[in-house]
Design a protein around this ligand. Sequence first.
Ligand code: C6P
Length: 417
Amino acid sequence: MATVLDGSTARRLGGLEIHRQDFPILATRRNGKPLVYLDSAATSQKPLAVLEAERQFYETANANIHRGVYHLSAEATRLYDEAREKLARYLGAEHAHEVIFTRGTTEGINLVAQSWGRANLKPGDEILLTEMEHHSNIVPWQLVAGQTGAVVKAAPVTDRGELDLDGFKKLLNGRTRVVGIGHVSNALGTINPVREVADLAHGVGAVVMVDGAQSAPHLPVDVKALGADFFACSSHKMLGPTGMGALYGRAELLDAMPPWMGGGDMIDQVTFERTTFAPLPAKFEAGTPNIAGAIGFGAAAEYIQGIGREAITAHEHTLLEYATAAVSDVPGLRVVGTADQKASVLSFVMDGIHPHDIGTILDDDNVCIRAGHHCAQPLMRRLGVPATARASFALYNTEADADALVKALHRARELFG
Ligand code: C6P
């Protein structure tokens, strides 16, 4: 049974309901059942503002950027540059050229590992991560460790899924050159104390790579206040199109870094003997970029800011608390990840039912959740579970979605006994 809401909670939950109509997919039904989309940590749904921005670009301004002398190319370039400024504002970057457009968080972290890492790491240097990192913030570092002789270490997490700060401090030392940390864990929802970690890392001269894939959509992000040297995020988790992302880097770091991909648009002069490179941000954007994607991404950032990130954070927090209380009534269900500070993710296991079976049964009720290791195998191993079922919330979810989740979980319980 769902927890009964008091009046003020209900009002707060209803506060963002008006925005549901901006997301056409939420009005779809399957077998007569409304869509209950609880997998926004995997990818978010898209509002009309984003769909329209891309459509309008293709209908009225489509041309390649930085190349044509004709008006259409100038307009495409203007829209692309404007999108970068929107993302810089969204992330709190001081300069637009500190924002590099990428294909997503994964590419952003690989860029830092391959460009900064290969130029700066040497044998014996240490790369300090945490046990709750997504594979995207592990594997790129292992690759560059293999190339440079550096070593990857992982700071421990507690049974509740919080970073063990003492354990982190024990591993941090003068050999630590880079600290990689997820702002919000995709598997558990834990919000990490990034500022504290960044201050400690800077104290030993390390640079800080923040994986912002799960924080940029849900929390007010200010890269300066966080102390991030690098911050990567994905458009598709932030109501924007797929195949698009942003990497923030401090200008003096990016300036000193070599390009990691070569091609058109990133050069100054090319001869067969030698090439000189364009200034930021072009140095890191070889080839024709995802122009429409950038414009859609900018529209998504603007849409979120129009609603207000504080309001979104508060809404999702209330919903997470509501859903967490409500699922506790399901027999044999255990929440995995009970950190004090959490955002938007509810991971759980159920006695006698594999998470994949939970996901399949819920799908009969048109309730979409994710089941699996969530690309965080070391974390699953640490917590002693092969996989979890995960419901994740966004600004368009309501208490009715949480109620549908709980109802479907009771049905799963009945089916499996
Ligand atoms: N997490 C999830 O269901 P890309 O694929 O590059 O947009 O994002 C990768 C990534 C990096 N870090 C974190 C913390 C993430 O959550 C993700 C993507 C999805 O949890 C797909 S595995």
